[in-house]
Design a protein around this ligand. Sequence first.
Ligand code: SF4
Ligand code: SF4
Length: 455
Amino acid sequence: MTDVAEIPRADAPSRPLTATDDLPRPRFLADVYEAASQCNKCSLCQAVCPTYVVNPVEWETARGRVSLVRDAIEGRLELADIAEGPLSTCLTCNNCVTACAPGVPTAEIVSRARQELHEQEGHPWGQTLAFRAILPRPAMLRLLHRFSRATQVTGLHRLARATGLTRWLGTAGAFAEHVGPLPARTALRRARSLPGPEGPARGRLVFLVCCYQNIAAPEATEATMRVLAANGFELVVPELGCSGLPARTLGDRDAELDMARRTLDRIAELDADHHAFVGDVASCTSHWQRYGGLLGSDADYAVRASAIGERTWHASAFLAAQGMTAPLGRLRWHVTYDEPCQLPLDAAARRAPRQLLTAIPGVRLSELPEAAMCCGGPGTYFRDQPDRSEAILRRKFENVLATGAEVLVTENISCITQLRAGARRYAPKVRVMHLFEVLAESLDAARRRRVVAVD
Ligand code: SF4
Ligand code: SF4
């Protein structure tokens, strides 16, 4: 295997290919080859790449990664030569796309290169088991929650940690350590006792419960459901398996397609043809929005996948677009907002959370420097790249502390778990909250005020 340090610099002068150039015949990854050929080597992606800023070497930039994948496509090196480093350290966070004039989709190119690599070399057995036997099946997810919680409640978890068993348990053990104590009731159970819509009915929607947040931060999902109900929406809350995002991130395309099809089959049973689909985990809803492209060549699913992708909203964008009708109470909080990198790139989606936060009386919002930069927590990155992840997290908290805010707000389960871990180490006085938990607190404050006024 070639050491990444030996790989030729990717910023050697070259001209981007244009539509009139004859591209060499790609060995593989034909679907992203032309996009990879659009990089003009301008280097504007350097300063916004979280991995480059903590490890400033060329192969950590979008430019470097794209150039190396193109070299592999054209046969100058093998994908295995760049697996450790250029491919494994990319967070697939998309932040480089915001700075890239030709819009080179580096995260997509890296994801497809990982898929190709895994098709060439096979997948680790534990990952294969998780993607086929556990994540797509709601019953197995329920079992996983009960088992994980039982080990925590009985102290088996501490024993496993003391004996090194959590390390032996690999990714599952690492998640158990990272997430911390699991609440007894999942978000799906809490949905059963959800209050009905308040005020004039504004429509029904299908609420998408992310399988990870369902277990790891159900209080955040419960808050989102309550806020939507308080604003007049009736929620249908199906029990679904995983959307397939982890399989995309780790390069298992068959599993990704299988989970997307299972999800669509379950949705077809709901008779929800005209409903909006709303979720409160940015990476999960973004993945739903990609379903049309993912299943576009599948005759049985293409139309449904595209229709559902187009009707899927991230909760903050949905509520900002529809407008809040529930009265908000005063919170004398100083907050800052960290953007999940999987939040859609359009300006309205990025504006929405700030719009909702500043609508709360008394809230002071300080802009977080480098708010759009990843926190180093997506998927299994915190485990697979612990040093890189920690360096990125430390930088994030230097920025958080510089704002002086007491509450750090975000909208994604991987960000919540990573930022809570970071707050424990670097800023114990800072609370990490989902945006809808803040909104729910404000609704409660308004209710308390009404009760006092009536008394
Ligand atoms: S900003 Fe885009 S075009 Fe410029 S070097 Fe980076 S990937 Fe290439
Ligand atoms: S996707 Fe994120 S980590 Fe990967 S090159 Fe772009 S900015 Fe860097």
